[in-house]
Design a protein around this ligand. Sequence first.
Ligand code: IPM
Ligand code: MN
Length: 354
Amino acid sequence: MKRVAVIPGDGIGPEVIREAVSTIERARDLFGFEIGLEHFDWGAEKYLATGITMPEGALEILSAEYDAILTGAFGDPRVPDNKHAKDILLGMRSGLDLYINLRPIKLIDERLCPLKGRRVEDVDFVVFRENTEGMYVFMGGNFKKGTADEVATQEEINTRQGVERIITAAFEYARKHSRKRVTMSDKSNVLTYGHDLWQRTFKTVAARYPDIEANHFYIDVLAMWMVLDPGRFDVIVTCNLFGDIITDLGAGLQGGLGMAASGNIHPGRVSLFEPVHGSAPTVAGKNVANPIAAILTAAMMLDYIGFTEAAEKIESAVEDSVRAGDTTQDIGGTLSTTEAGEAIRARLSAGELR
Ligand code: IPM
Ligand code: MN
């Protein structure tokens, strides 16, 4: 029996996670795997009512008692500094040492790609975003804050171990999934200390994988090639901030944030799965949010905890629904969030999937 902590969060989080959970339950009934889903109410509402973002000892409980965590989104206009999102989401990423942020960029239907003439096979790669250091360490400060002489610093941290483990994870993934190329992206022409470490580490690790092609683009050039010729990418590995930026660009190539799934992973440990999108407060509660990112995220999670067949069938059901146009409005359909989720579950139940 696998145990999953479900944290729907804020905004559209609860709506899309409801669809993801129903889809997991449908798959469980169909394929007969054992899974326990337990809900946690962490988010803006609880923070505003109690001042608590994450209860004391929560990380220890998650890592000792759960196999995976499924979250919706965090962010609420009533918490302008986003303290709860920082504590909960970034707190789990760093506190559970989830050093891989794995974000697949996969086009399901060419109709959804904003690029001219691109077919589904042209947009099919994965991003390995470093997830525990870089610009996300909150080191820095202010001097003379609020005065005309104000100084603000924000430090980027790159450690040899941190860089080596994310690059190694990218090569291991390439080998396991028969991807032929790993592309590392940095800004070492300007960040001559921090990203020079990426350069040197990448060469060392790449030499251990002679069967896999290794290449490099500066991040600005990579952004251009993602648009001009996304087909040249298989696996991209990059630092935390650049990974954040290019995965929104990648989501755009797939049809928008409603389509993009992600996993925050430390192999062998409890790992956290979340759609790439945010809480979208302006559309929350209207039953219009696209549940696909959350459902594909749930599939990634099922695969991670060992229910691979169910994961593949859910992905196929999503692909069929998208191709048939049984989707929410953001990707051209007319369905509500719940109807779009049900369209996917109906295909799962019908069982005629590849
Ligand atoms: C993401 C988000 C987060 C990030 C925010 C909400 C802190 O944009 O998961 O990509 O910057 O990592
Ligand atoms: Mn982001």
